[in-house]
Design a protein around this ligand. Sequence first.
Ligand code: NDP
Ligand code: 2IT
Length: 468
Amino acid sequence: MNKIPSPAAPLMRSKVSTFVDDFMAQVEQRNPDEPEFLQAVREVVSSLVVVLQKHPEYRKANILDRMVEPERVIQFRVPWMNDADEVQVNRGLRVEFSSAIGPYKGGLRFHPSVNLSILKFLGFEQVFKNSLTTLPIGGGKGGADFDPKGKSDNEVMRFCQSFMSELYRHIGPNTDVPAGDIGVGGREIGYLFGQYKRLTNEFTGAITGKAFKWGGSHIRPEATGYGMVYFAAAMLETQGQSLEGKTCLVSGAGNVAQYAVEKISELGGKVVTLSDTSGLIHDPDGISTEKLQWVMSLKNKRRGRIEEYVEAFPTAHFTGADPTLQSNPLWAIAADCAFPCATQNELNAKDAEHLVANGVKVVCEGANMPTTPEAVDHLLDAKILYGPGKAANAGGVAVSALEMAQNSMRLTWSREEVDQRLQEIMRSIHDTCAEAAETYGTPGNYVNGANIAGFCKVADAMIDQGLV
Ligand code: NDP
Ligand code: 2IT
């Protein structure tokens, strides 16, 4: 355990960073080659020094060292046959990070980039996020380095069935409850649940994101995007503002981005961008309801590229993705609000400079850790309203927990009821983060607020439950 700066001493920036550096040196030594995980841990630990100073009980129980170690990591082989009758092998993983406040809960990601570092960063973030939701869920994350892009429905089904043939023994409605994430949407959840049910001979809420007709919850598909917009609206409200009339940038074109566009438009904002791995579209007229329906059909049914948008709507422009560029042209478009909804580290320091120079008021994260640490510092220094993903995108997992509750009761709530609960939860997360930031001396800093409030609940539960 590292030495925390004494509570009696004034909390100098240099002492904080010495503690963080020493702590991170240990974490790095134990987890080499896990840059995303180390990035996520560093951010959280940097927020927590003030809490550890005030709470000797957390130091005595060595909570921080315990929290950065997942309770369990499962890795398995996923063999499957493609349409050409060729044997394929992928790697499956489930990181069961913390069950301090409830069953492990978090999504599955199918993407070629998936590895232990990425799933540990996502699982670690999930612990704090789930704690903030007010609901009894622990944290986990899983997935595979499988790329659903370009695969037939039958190939995706065979992959999902093979993946679940191992995962089923580790999950359950009171143990670990997976859901979707990048590359895992309604189609994949259907195949995964079908195989789970077949193997266990039980119809239970062991997976969320199910279709409404067979055990899902209203508003779960919408929840992450809607929740993020509710969070942004709450941040704006603290400055007497709203989304009405605001020009907004949204990145991504998947589940989170789509419903972010829908809710921003409903609240009077104008979304002018979307993107995918092929590049970005800029539609200065705004993405109307009709255009959004077209994007949903493109992405969720035809599974095409965002580039096709400009053929359907010629007033828009397409810019192809260029990995040699040092910044993303999407974030250089002048706007009032920015909503990164694609993937981690998609908004860097240069991008943040562009946003600030263009007078952005809000940056609110639908994706997990989309903003690099340098970019976050830049936004905070510029006093931009910045909503970190673990708070702002918690609406998805919150409605997953409401799906679990409905499954346990064998009842379903109406759209209105679930949306009402989602709005209350996002409001509560916002207020909790704002209060924690204020209590610990950094008013308006939602990063510190989210990390501190998320941490304290889990830490208290760990102390109550003893050394397990
Ligand atoms: P989807 O798979 O539905 O969509 C992801 C979108 O981001 C796609 O447009 C995809 O492009 C793009 N994208 C993915 N990876 C990259 C990359 N490396 N570079 C550029 N673009 C990329 O995923 P979701 O919308 O569900 O997830 C988006 C983000 O939101 C993720 O960070 C996820 O962890 C987070 N999140 C999701 C929640 C949920 O409920 N689904 C809840 C909370 C957070 P393409 O179409 O070309 O693949
Ligand atoms: O990152 C996330 O919060 C999700 N992908 C949703 C997890 C869930 O269990 O609904």
